[in-house]
Design a protein around this ligand. Sequence first.
Ligand SMILES: C[S@@+](CC[C@H](N)C(=O)[O-])C[C@H]1O[C@@H](n2cnc3c(N)ncnc32)[C@H](O)[C@@H]1O
Length: 497
Amino acid sequence: MLTHLLSRALARRFAASAHYSTSPIFASATASFHRQSLFFSSSSSSQIPDGTVVQHLENEDVLNQRPFSSEPSTSTISIDRSGLCNPPEHSHEPSSDTELIKHLKGIIKFRGGPISIAEYMEEVLTNPKAGFYINRDVFGAEGDFITSPEVSQMFGEMVGVWAMCLWEQMGRPEKVNLVELGPGRGTLMADLLRGASKLKNFTNSLHVHFVECSPALQKLQHTTLKCSDEDNKADGVEKSSVSTLAGTPVSWHPTLEQVPSGLPTIIIAHEFYDALPVHQFQRASRGWSEKMVDVAEDSTFKFVLSPQPTPAALYLMKRCKWSSSEEIAKLNQIEICPKAMELTQTIAEKISSDGGGALIIDYGLNGVVSDSLQAIRKHKFVNILDNPGSADLSAYVDFPSIRHAAEEVSGNVAVYGPMTQSQFLGSLGINFRVEALLENCTDEQAESLRTGYWRLVGEGEAPFWEGPDEEAPIGMGTRYMAMAIVNKKHGTPVPFL
Ligand SMILES: C[S@@+](CC[C@H](N)C(=O)[O-])C[C@H]1O[C@@H](n2cnc3c(N)ncnc32)[C@H](O)[C@@H]1O
């Protein structure tokens, strides 16, 4: 089928969806370039295993420049009031800092020292006033990056096939909570509901629950799902939304914990884990030190190493226990995501008590992650510390740690995968789906379907591309992986058989 598709495609020029090619996830070459742009004001440099040269912040004098040293002091405390009468000249200069930058600097100043990269990342992405995701639509050609559901309707449809198969294995329950974590524009769910709308027993059983922190994206999801609001109570105080795509009730929650329990649950997390805050540890002369974010003398942000152990070191120890000493010995930097471990445990507990399963699709590794945090603005890699809040931050998902976290919390769940997105979508029948869609479409739609298909399941540049090199569709079929966590009583989920 693929050969058939590609030979038909060769006859055409693929210019229609050129903007997709700039997706962050696709550009492996630029990714390593980007990693070189982590600027440390340091003296030493070394080669880390992926070949990237980084400067190590071994010199703790950068840390010691902070106004308040962490060293215990034996001298008496005196207060210098001279500044009250002679304020420094720059104090009246208008600041061009954004609200978020002021907020981040405020935290660092208040703490009297640097903050972890995880805290920085969390504020940058989800600060309730000025976080990257909070006030706008960041997806698509006009936004900052593009995701699989936006590439092609086939992605949401195939995830729908997975959910329907699991529902069958669950014994076709009459009521199911279908939860999506971080639904973005709501495109995946809309395609899932449209695709499943003929299987009425399935769609009638569903209550869709979106876990979304962004009020702007919640509104967009409401529109994408063509929701109508109905008064739920006689007094009209409480409203509930129903998606007219399949007559399905839809609710929104800020966290997974707030999704009602007691019903069998199917959870979908596509590109949600990669937005969870990561901590980075660097090998230093004194052992593993956490990399932190501080304010430099010129008032920009800079990375420093913590001179003392940090609370996240407990999670680092846990992560190291889950891998071999040979794997750790090869690394000069390790990235860990405690929030991913905690979220996985919440998912596993829910599935263990209520039944059901979860599907996690993301870009990541089937091993320890070393140094993957990246920033994307308008489809280009930028420095992580540059103008925070104006660029997306994301990191590779550490799939083994999801497996271990789930298995640790419950013996009732089994973890499957990861398998590549290409294998996952292929086994669920994306080839048949694209063929069926190609039977009845315009030339323009056919071009878009073929490039979309390649982006979802291909690897590297599309061999059929005849347009400008820089616009070639890049496949993410192997860079993305799928993992499932399912209650053991339902058996092995499709297609992890
Ligand atoms: C990378 S986007 C993925 C969007 C969508 N799944 C897709 O594939 O197009 C991350 C999504 O998760 C949401 N999000 C990120 N962090 C969150 C958090 N801590 N709590 C709730 N939602 C969050 C964002 O607002 C956004 O909708």
